[in-house]
Ligand binder design. Structure first.
Ligand SMILES: NC(=O)c1ccc[n+]([C@@H]2O[C@H](COP(=O)([O-])OP(=O)(O)OC[C@H]3O[C@@H](n4cnc5c(N)ncnc54)[C@H](OP(=O)(O)O)[C@@H]3O)[C@@H](O)[C@H]2O)c1
Length: 272
C-alpha cells in the first residue's frame, strides 16, 4: 500500500489502542507521521516504524496540514486544540475521537472562526480491524476537505462521507451502535428465555445468527417508511406487528423472564 509519490505530512494526537492502530496504518501507507501522546512512552514503538515524536501537542499540531486526533473524549480534544489554534490556522483537523453530534458542531464553529477546517469521524472498527477489509470510518464536514485527504483517510478502512453537517458522522455512528445494542439486548433476553425450556444461549446463537443476517438485508426496504412515510406502503400492519410482539411478551412471561424489552419494541415499531 506504500505510495511515497503521494506521501503527506500527517500529525496524530493520541496513541491509545485506536490511535496506535491509526498511526501504524499511516506509516504503512508511506506518510511522514508526527505523533504526540500524553504518556510519552506509548510513542516509543512507533519510532522504530518511522514516526517522529513531538515534544508537545501544540508542536505536533503545527507540524502538518493534516492533524488527526484520537483521544478519549471531547474534553481532551478541546484541552489540546484550543491552545494550538495559531499553529492550526489553514490546517485540516480530522477528529476521530468519539463525540456527540453537538460536540462535533461546536468544535467546527470554534475552528471556523480561527481559519481551521474540521472533519468529524466515527470509527466503525476495533483497533485490530483498522486498515483491514471490514473497517470503515464515517466522515462529515466540508466535502472539499474530505476529498483533499480522502486517499490518506482510506488507509484506515473504507471512508464513508455522510454529509456537510459536522454532526452527521456522530449521529450515524451512534445509530449504528444503537442497532448493535438492541440486537445484543434481544439476544440476552432470548438466551434467558430458551434456558427456561432446557435450551442454551449457545444454541440460540447458532440459530439466530443466520436469521438476523437475512433480516438485516431488509433494513433498506424499511428505509422509505422513515425517509418518505407519505409514499410508503407498509407490508405488515402495525396491528400485525403489535400482535407478534405481544406473543413474544407472553412467552417471556411464561419463561419467568423480564418483558420490559418487548414493551419498548412495541411502542417504537408500532406506536401502539
Ligand atoms: N478502541 C475502539 O475499539 C474504538 C472504536 C471506535 C472508536 N474509538 C474511539 O477512539 C478514541 C480513543 O479510543 P482508544 O481505544 O484509543 O482509547 P484508549 O486506549 O483508552 O486511549 C485513550 C487515549 O486518550 C488519551 N487521553 C485521555 N485523556 C487525555 C487528555 N486529557 N489529554 C490528552 N490525551 C488524553 C490517552 O492518553 P494516555 O496514553 O496518556 O492515557 C490515550 O492516548 C475514543 O474516543 C474511542 O471512543 C475507539
Amino acid at each position: 500500500m506504500t505510495n511515497m509519490a503521494t506521501a503527506q505530512q500527517v500529525s496524530l494526537i493520541g496513541l491509545g489502542a485506536m490511535g496506535t492502530a491509526l498511526a501504524k496504518a499511516l506509516l504503512a501507507g508511506g506518510h511522514e507521521v508526527t505523533v504526540w501522546n500524553r504518556t510519552p512512552a506509548r510513542a516509543d514503538a512507533l519510532v522504530a516504524d518511522g514516526a517522529k515524536v513531538a515534544a508537545s501537542s501544540a508542536e505536533a499540531m503545527a507540524a502538518a496540514d493534516l492533524v488527526i486526533l484520537c483521544v478519549l473524549d471531547d474534553a481532551a480534544v478541546r484541552e489540546h486544540v484550543e491552545p494550538a489554534a495559531t499553529g492550526l490556522r489553514g490546517s485540516t483537523v480530522v477528529n476521530l475521537t468519539t463525540t456527540t453530534p453537538e460536540q462535533a458542531r461546536a468544535l467546527g464553529t470554534w475552528a471556523a472562526a480561527r481559519g481551521i477546517d474540521v472533519l468529524d469521524g466515527g470509527i466503525m472498527a476495533v483497533p485490530e480491524m483498522v486498515g483491514g477489509p471490514d473497517a470503515f470510518v464515517l466522515y462529515s464536514g466540508a466535502a472539499a476537505a474530505f476529498e483533499r485527504y480522502r486517499s490518506v483517510l482510506e488507509l484506515f478502512g473504507r471512508a464513508e462521507y455522510v454529509g456537510e453537517d459536522l454532526g452527521a458522522a456522530a449521529m450515524y455512528d451512534v445509530s449504528i451502535l444503537g442497532g448493535m445494542y438492541a440486537m445484543f439486548a434481544a439476544f440476552e433476553q432470548g438466551g434467558a428465555m430458551v434456558r427456561s425450556t432446557g435450551g442454551s444461549a449457545a444454541r440460540l446463537a447458532e440459530l439466530m445468527t443466520p436469521f438476523l443476517h437475512a433480516m438485516a438485508t431488509l433494513l433498506a426496504t424499511q428505509a422509505p417508511g422513515i425517509d418518505t412515510p407519505a409514499d410508503f406502503v407498509q407490508v405488515q400492519s402495525d396491528e400485525f406487528t403489535a400482535a407478534a410482539i405481544d406473543l413474544i411478551d407472553r412467552a417471556a412471561t411464561e419463561s419467568g423472564t423480564s418483558t420490559e424489552l418487548y414493551g419498548v419494541l412495541r411502542r417504537t415499531l408500532t406506536g401502539l
